[in-house]
Design a binder for this molecule. Structure first.
Ligand code: ATP
Ligand code: MG
Length: 331
């Protein structure tokens, strides 16, 4: 007879999985991009040893993003390979130099390898092309230099050579398998077709991407802005907004709006208020010639001791600004 309030041992083992089947949550390993702001959005970087697809229109900065990933990675001890289907290597080096990136120095030190994958006229004529040859070269180079990262830029240029969608899918399948086995953290950049209509490779790119980024340039009321959005990131959280970015004189700069924190440390000496009781919080919050902001605070609740700061400053004065959300009902 079954005893009330007890559970047979075998069933109990099955029904109490919480004690045995849970473990401390593992974190996906990530490769920091070292691109300003991007690692905040990606909560640490791109998925290590996996594939990220960067999709964006012409001039949105895909090549720069890929190159900066390799450039900064190489500076941080992770050699990388750039395979470009569109631009000649010399042009890539020159473009990078405008941002102060010395690619030839990294190439000499075997920390960067640029593989010119532009298609030769005879290949175009014969139609005899496969990604396999390129991947074999990349594999050899990767072993020789101990590469950790790879960027394949403007892959859609190569895929245009294949007439049949099936052929495109076969090539992408082979590439996907190669990347999985390579142990490299990969970025593939692709430009969507300018004419409307789905490309046969679009779905495949989306499914092979562990992380999918979209770069977008738009003009609103004659003002052009660049935005980045993470569409998906398998196995990780990520910033879900659209993030503005600029191409600054040293590279890409993303603005992770939802994750920015005040990191500015106050300068100079502390100047405590005369009113007792406020001293503790004031001391923690302020210092020296500065401005303090009290946001979201209705006028009545703002500190009353503002006029009584003492002693009168001999140095540039400390300021105290308050701000309040306006209530339309209360003028
Ligand atoms: N030194 C620089 N200073 C400011 N902006 C720059 C600099 N170098 C490049 N850019 C900007 O970067 C953009 C080009 O970036 P990139 O070549 O990465 O674009 P892309 O997305 O790869 O374009 P495409 O699809 O045509 O290859 C240009 O629009 C240019 O405005
Ligand atoms: Mg490009």
């Amino acid at each position: 007879m079954k005893r009330k309030g007890t559970t047979p041992p075998a069933r109990a083992a099955r029904e109490t999985p919480a004690s045995t089947a849970t473990a401390p949550a593992a974190r996906l390993e990530k490769a920091p991009t070292h691109i300003q702001g991007l690692d905040d959005i990606l909560e640490g970087g791109l998925p290590r040893d996996r594939t990220t697809v960067v999709n964006g229109a012409s001039g949105s900065g895909k090549t720069l993003l890929g190159l900066e990933f390799l450039y900064r990675g190489a500076l941080h001890g992770e050699p990388g390979i750039f395979i470009g289907f569109e631009e000649p290597p010399e042009q890539i080096r020159q473009n990078a130099a405008t941002l102060g990136w010395d690619l030839p120095a990294l190439e000499k030190q075997n920390r960067l390898f640029i593989l010119d994958a532009r298609l030769k006229p005879e290949t175009l004529r014969s139609g005899n092309f496969s990604l396999k040859g390129l991947l074999a070269i990349a594999a050899g180079k990767s072993r020789a230099m101990g590469a950790r990262r790879i960027v394949i830029d403007a892959l859609e240029v190569a895929l245009r050579l294949f007439d049949a969608p099936r052929q495109i899918r076969n090539e992408l399948h082979a590439l996907n398998n190669w990347l999985r086995d390579s142990g490299l953290t990969a970025i593939l950049t692709i430009r969507p077709p300018s004419r409307s209509g789905a490309s046969p490779s679009a779905d495949f790119f989306e499914s092979m991407a562990d992380c999918l980024l979209v770069l977008d340039t738009r003009v609103t009321e004659q003002i052009s802005t660049r935005r980045l959005r993470v569409i998906k990131y398998r196995g990780s959280g990520f910033g879900r907004n659209e993030y503005p970015y600029v191409i600054s004189p040293t590279g890409l700069r993303m603005v992770p709006i939802s994750t920015v924190r005040l990191r500015h440390k106050p300068l100079g000496e502390k100047s405590p208020p005369a009113t007792p009781g406020w001293t503790k919080s004031w001391t923690a919050a302020t210092a020296g010639p500065h401005a303090s902001c009290w946001p979201g605070c209705p006028a009545r609740a703002r500190p009353r001791w503002r006029p009584r700061l003492s002693p009168p400053p001999a140095r540039p004065a400390s300021g105290c600004f308050t701000s309040a959300s306006r209530n339309p009902k209360r003028p």
